[in-house]
Ligand binder design. Structure first.
Ligand code: SME
Length: 318
């Protein structure tokens, strides 16, 4: 199934180009929406007397990208507090609007609007309406920035890269999420030599992607493990060799998958909420120098898929 959405976001040249970059968007077309003259031309709309808004018609595959994600991206490309003006483009034809064709989309749109309004503490100038009419713009406006790479664009070029790099992870399976995470981490790690800084960002990426209860490191310092960068609640700071899951992973030099921490003899409970755990040793010169430890609030969270990708990830540390 393919779905339709119509977004007005100022000049449609940049807006179309922005949405074309998003994974899951299958078709884009620029045109004029919700005005009151038949078959409008660009020249007529330009007079700002026709009621039309420059609008991008999007088609997307909801199995690849959600409406909520598209709207999050939409808000990155507009100033929702600016009335009839985006960048230097002014007039009602440059107003911002979300025009829907599926009435079941409305609650998602209202939610996204409310979330966005909270950021500003003001009502937004974005109109939310059913699509009343839409006419395609002339051919030379379609894919304008593909045809004219140096053409006028009210959006910063960096936003196109941003749209390419940010996929909706909601619809990806675990393996695809890890693949994306590893791609992001590889980009962060390029040219970086500070292991601790990359450990911190890898923990942040894992946390952002999966929202596990606790994600972090213990580093080998002398004859014990000492807490390193992490995301999550306060944790114990020292763990002996062979103690707990972390110390055992170090001692046995292997990844440990613990489906139920209660059943692991000697498990160290830093947090009562933790129910299952994975610990991956990290090597330098064939020695264990640290472990990556992830805790989940649910039983049996981790499997060989987590093991495979987390082992791959820690090998990317310098
Ligand atoms: N449960 C770990 C201790 C570290 S916390 O989970 C953050 C263990 O048994 O080694």
């Amino acid at each position: 199934m393919i779905k339709d959405l119509y977004l007005a976001a100022g000049c449609f040249w940049g807006t179309e180009h922005f949405f074309k970059q998003i994974n899951g968007v299958t078709f884009t077309q620029v045109g004029f929406a919700n005005g009151n003259t038949p078959n409008p031309t660009y020249k007529e709309v330009y007079t700002d007397t026709t009621g039309y808004a420059e609008t991008v018609h999007l088609q997307y595959d909801p199995l690849k990208v959600s409406l909520s994600f598209l709207l999050q991206m939409y808000f990155k490309a507009i100033d929702p507090t600016s009335l009839n003006k985006q960048g230097e483009d002014q007039g009602t034809r440059y107003r911002t609007g979300i025009y829907y064709v599926d009435p079941y989309d409305l609650p998602f749109i209202n939610l996204a609007m409310a979330e966005e309004a909270k950021k500003y503490g003001l009502p937004l100038c974005v109109e939310v309406m059913p699509l009343q009419n839409f006419y395609s713009a002339e051919e030379y406006h379609q894919d304008y920035l593909v045809k004219n790479p140096d053409g006028y664009c009210h959006l910063p070029i960096a936003l196109f890269q941003y749209a390419r790099n940010n996929q909706d992870t909601l619809t990806l399976n675990k393996s695809q999420q890890y693949q994306l995470l590893i791609k992001q981490f590889t980009a962060l790690a390029a040219g970086e030599t500070d292991t601790l800084a990359l450990m911190a960002n890898a923990a942040a990426l894992i946390h952002e992607t999966f929202h596990f209860w606790w994600t972090g490191y213990y580093r080998v310092v002398g004859d014990e493990l000492v807490l390193g960068p992490f995301q999550g609640p306060v944790a114990c700071m020292h763990i002996g060799f062979g103690k707990g899951v972390c110390g055992t992973s170090w001692k046995e030099d292997r990844t440990l998958l613990v489906p139920d921490v209660e059943a692991f003899p000697g498990h160290i409970a830093c947090s009562a909420a933790s129910r299952s755990e994975i610990v991956v040793p990290i090597h330098k010169n064939n020695q264990v120098v640290a472990v990556l430890d992830i805790d989940s609030q649910h039983l049996s969270t981790f499997d060989d898929c987590d093991q495979y990708y987390l082992q791959t990830l820690v090998q990317l540390l310098p």
